[in-house]
Design a protein around this ligand. Structure first.
Ligand SMILES: [Zn+2]
Length: 167
């Protein structure tokens, strides 16, 4: 069955992705019943999306004087999920990309909910000529998101969709 809130397919009474509890319907007029529960679904969506935030953890150079780069992870947020749906949102930074031999870049996405954080590795292929990039996010209506890479204002890579799970 499909979750009424985030469209995840699951078995059971409660969606494992967003936590929405399935509703039982009595009577034959399913369409009317769905209309009645729509405000409940909308309220749950607003609450869920308002509670979760997406960001990335990037390495920030720690010691400027050293020729050896020592780096520490720094978390940068794109903001609350409700403000990210259906569009591309960018950090607006200049980031130097070092693709590995596989020509992939792995970006650590961070999904925050209250004080909990879930790290999700987003692998982005085809990055051999990445250079100086910006990192962005695109959130879909089904609570999945992709990490984006752009250079000179042009999107050149995107990760597979990752589901935002209840923290
Ligand atoms: Zn769900």
């Amino acid at each position: 069955m499909k979750c009424l809130c985030c469209y995840e397919e699951y078995e059971g009474n409660r969606c494992p992705v967003c936590g929405f509890e399935d509703v039982q319907i009595i009577g034959d007029n399913r369409e009317e019943a769905l209309k009645k529960i729509q405000p409940m679904i909308d309220a749950y969506r607003v609450k869920f999306l308002g509670e979760h935030e997406i960001g990335v953890a990037l390495m920030k150079r720690k010691d400027i004087s050293s020729s050896e780069i020592t780096a520490v992870p720094e978390k940068l947020s794109f903001g609350k999920v409700q403000n990210l749906i259906g569009k591309d949102t960018w950090l607006g930074r200049s980031i130097v990309a070092y693709p590995d031999a596989k020509k992939d870049i792995t970006v650590e996405a961070v999904v925050s909910h209250a004080s909990r954080e879930r790290y999700e590795s987003a692998s982005i292929p085809g990055m051999e000529n990445a250079g100086v990039i910006d990192v962005g996010v695109h959130v879909n209506n089904d609570y999945s998101f992709s990490i984006l890479i752009s250079t000179n204002g042009k999107t050149i890579g995107r990760s597979q969709p990752i589901k935002i799970r209840k923290g």
